[in-house]
Design a protein around this ligand. Sequence first.
Ligand code: GDP
Length: 123
Amino acid sequence: MAEAGGGEEYLFKIVVIGDSAVGKSNLLSRFARDEFDHNSKATIGVEFQTQVVDLDAHCDTTVARMLVGNKCDLENIREVSVDEGKGLAEEEGLFFIETSALDSTNVNKAFEIVIREIYDKVS
Ligand code: GDP
């Protein structure tokens, strides 16, 4: 798609997968609108997201995958260490990043990395 300024414009789809209450909605709203909703859903326990779903079977070569550990602001009640997260990501060949939709840590960066990766694959 051509842009008014002469550059190219791309539309990428990003699917955020994870257990209920890990913060998927808030990651998206933080990225898209810079908003956080404390009441979006009751948190069931406290979770550090490490869910990896059998995505390979359905993806083509232009898919970029990233393991996101959200709620990194809850450092004092962390359940999964950074090394564990990194290790799992390495095993699965994924990018790894920790984010906080609450205080915005790395939210833009996470999306930018994944968008850049998709862009590099399609261009
Ligand atoms: P989803 O079910 O994965 O979409 O999770 P939500 O985005 O609805 O968030 C579930 C709960 O976790 C809500 O109470 C949010 O306010 C809270 N939450 C989401 N992201 C964060 C975060 O980065 N840090 C903290 N402390 N809480 C978060």
